[in-house]
Design a protein around this ligand. Structure first.
Ligand SMILES: [Zn+2]
Length: 141
């Protein structure tokens, strides 16, 4: 139902998106530890990931994206993603890693670095983790 007030419209959208997300996770458990709370979607193959912002999508499109995912709790998801980033960091040579850190220090955005080096943002975050301060990595799906 459309609202005239954009704030109300946004609130309404947030509410049904949250509801849909809750509905999906209500019958799920963490694939790793069996937890029922703080569940998120994890993409085991980040290369195939389109988005984690899927809850407003049409059913067919959403289900296609969900099919590429496993359900993990927040804790297991964080552990999994960190491991994934570590693994993928191997795709950057030591010289590239040095260049990433240098460019990051010069103010390059993580997104742009990821694109330039053909890796995920996680890899850039991981490579630059010793450089402070960095924005916190958001893992929520
Ligand atoms: Zn878990």
């Amino acid at each position: 139902m459309p609202y005239k007030d954009p704030d109300k419209q946004r609130e309404y959208q947030c509410r049904w998106i949250a509801k849909r997300r809750e509905g999906f996770f209500s019958s799920k458990v963490c694939h790793t530890c069996g937890a029922k709370e703080a569940l998120e979607l994890h993409h085991p193959c980040p290369e195939t990931k389109v988005s984690h912002n899927i809850w407003s999508w049409s059913t067919a499109r959403r289900e296609a994206e969900i099919a590429k995912c496993v359900v993990l709790c927040e804790t297991c998801h964080a552990a999994e993603s960190a491991g994934q980033a570590r693994e993928r960091q191997c795709h950057l040579s030591p010289a590239q890693r040095q260049e990433v850190r240098l460019l990051r220090r010069q103010g390059w955005r993580v997104k742009d670095l990821a694109q330039r080096f053909g890796v995920s943002c996680d890899v850039i975050y991981w490579t630059c983790r010793s450089l402070a301060p960095l924005p916190r990595l958001r893992l929520a799906a």
